[in-house]
Design a protein around this ligand. Structure first.
Ligand SMILES: [Mn+2]
Length: 247
């Protein structure tokens, strides 16, 4: 009944192709509708780095806020864009520069619309989603078993950034612990955030960020079937962005 979509990062064309592959029809109303009433769920990181971040934001706004036919939970890139729209001092890099460039090219009328849509989408979104009577949890960077049901700042940092230690790797990237390997909960946790070459299932968790914006694939997970469905990316491959795990 749900199709959970991994990090899109402005890859609008791949999103269209993926939803069509999943059986959604765009012709009836101009947004994707499934004949069996399946529901789209977005794992966050709609924008940044890819070519059409604003189109992705707008279609998700349409589905979640206007039509109320989909669910969305934010990612770290969404959080940063929201802070940018609030007027906070954020660094316009790590992909935000492409979204800001798209935004700056809009008319002032469209700017106001896009900003208010995204802010409303973000403000109404839960930190993470608990669906199917709690049997399904969708959180951008995942969630620890004992954090499910909680919303402290610690939980917020975890669901947006993952299990970070505060330390950095020699290449400057944050050290991220492999929380999924320790996960022992009964609920399925579906997440993105860390690009992997293929959807990664370990314990009752699935990482479905297959690095579309880095030339990998855009992946959805069909729930309750637990069947991943992917489409190839049109972006150039940036192999060093993909993380390998020792199982
Ligand atoms: Mn991401």
């Amino acid at each position: 009944m749900y199709d959970i979509i991994g990090d899109i990062h402005g890859c609008y064309d791949e999103f269209i192709t993926l939803t069509k592959k999943l059986g959604y029809d765009w012709n009836q109303k101009g947004y994707p509708i499934h004949p069996d009433g399946r529901i789209l769920v977005f794992v966050g990181d709609l924008t940044d780095r890819g070519p059409e971040s604003i189109k992705v934001m707008e279609i998700v706004y349409k589905l979640v806020i206007e039509e109320k036919v989909a669910h969305y939970t934010p990612g770290n890139h969404c959080d940063k864009l929201y802070r940018y729209f609030l007027g906070r001092k954020v660094q316009i890099k790590h992909g935000l520069e492409t979204t800001v460039a798209e935004y700056d090219a809009l008319s002032s009328k469209d700017k106001a619309k896009v900003q208010s849509h995204f802010m409303k989408l973000f403000e109404r979104a839960p930190l993470y989603l608990q669906l199917d009577k709690g049997k399904l949890v969708v959180a951008h960077a995942g969630i620890r078993h004992d954090y499910i049901g909680k919303t402290s700042n610690k939980v917020k940092t975890f669901v947006l950034y993952g299990d970070i230690t505060g330390e950095t790797n020699p290449d400057g990237t944050p050290v991220r612990r492999d929380w999924a390997k320790q996960y022992s909960g009964d609920a399925w946790v579906i997440y993105g955030h860390t690009p992997v070459e293929k959807p990664r299932k370990i314990n009752k968790t699935w990482n479905i960020d297959t690095g579309c914006v880095f030339g990998g694939m855009l992946t959805a997970l069909r729930y309750p079937e637990m069947e991943p469905v992917s489409v190839p990316s049109s972006m150039p491959k940036v192999s060093e962005k993909f993380r390998a795990f020792d199982e």
